[in-house]
Design a protein around this ligand. Sequence first.
Ligand code: NAD
Length: 435
Amino acid sequence: MAGTNALMTLENFINGKFVPCNSYIDSYDPSTGEVYCRVPNSGKEEIEAAVEAARAAFPGWSARSPQERSKVLYRLADLLEQSLEELAQAESRDQAGLISPWNLPLYLLTWKVAPAIAAGNTVIAKPSELTSVTAWMMCKLLEKAGVPPGVVNIVFGTGPRVGEALVAHPEVPLISFTGSQPTAERIIHLSAPHCKKLSLELGGKNPAIIFEDANLEECIPTTVKSSFANQGEICLCTSRIFVQRSIYEEFLEKFVEATRRWKVGIPSDPLASMGALISKAHLEKVRSYIKKARSEGAQILCGEGVDTLSLPAKNQGGYFMLPTVITHIKDESCCMKEEIFGPVTCVVPFDSEEEVIQRANSVKYGLAATVWSCNVGRVHRVAKKLQSGLVWTNCWLIRELNLPFGGMKSSGVGREGGKDSYEFFTEVKTITIKH
Ligand code: NAD
């Protein structure tokens, strides 16, 4: 590949040291479509070395008191905070294997690493091959924070190669995985012969249910955000909007107007609300759903194929698309059933409470839901019947990190609290309800 020497080249972090790999893959800048760094294409050999390091570090680290371990973690948190600007530019009791996705790369990685090592485990993490740079930058801070060699090992590469080597390794007894449902199926299959403990945080097909007494002034901007924040590439994003028929037309008009104001822009544009999608393959996948919807007779009210996106010349090869609103779509359509994980949302009318609950629950996922109504009794009734790990009322993405997080049905397993509880967030208070 021409110009390879000038590219940033990442290395694995094993036993406290950066270690080169004998094979690399290209990583692309989504805003231009150009290669911007090389990522180790690790495999079984690198996993063996990481397991060895994690095993050797385990007795010493797990013997430290929780107070000593927490001091190290606080130092690491301070160092990460001091490096935020640089990071923003790049966009118990065992060896735990941690596999994370690309959509919130550093957040999801640290969310796994911190509690695991706080409890005395030593870990091997495999970040997504699409977004490896922030994890590599974090490795540079570990020694300074006082994390002993071997406690945190980071091995880069693809899922089928290094991810599977980690999952299948007999001496890694626990796998914490965040990613898609099809990958989870593969992980369950590979780990079954070893009876590994699994924590699976998977996808969603999250409904927003908007009743006729909702405060639309608050509901519309929040629902635009819940549909299109981070390009719709957040597992908690809304992708099915059910609106009570009496306000359906009014909602739709205002929602489309607000969506058109949700600006798509390049990373340096301070007014941009949305950037490029993660990869060319993902952009094509998201577009294929819109094409399918069109072929089924659905209407595309704004976005892809309707409005024009203008980008600077150097970003023409980037993976951008406009936020897209689909209507006149059947509940049976794959756009209403499958996780698209992009800036696409479907808006459909409903008539009754019972009907909308049944339709909202009619997908295999059960991660998050949003209910908009001023009627407290209705909000409680509906939230209780929704098959969803989280229910927000009259708000979105308000999180209480001490509460259990995760989904029901195919949205995950291993969630604290189990399937018999769900989290229920309102703007004013956070409560957990058992049902
Ligand atoms: P993905 O399943 O394709 O990949 C996730 C990770 O698994 C990556 O590191 C990948 O390299 C690895 N992987 C892929 N194949 C593997 C295999 N055969 N064995 C072992 N590891 C393998 O998912 P993605 O596209 O990176 O992320 C998007 C998905 O993650 C969406 O479904 C989204 O909803 C989900 N997600 C869920 C949560 C949650 O908390 N529930 C949070 C963020 C993202």
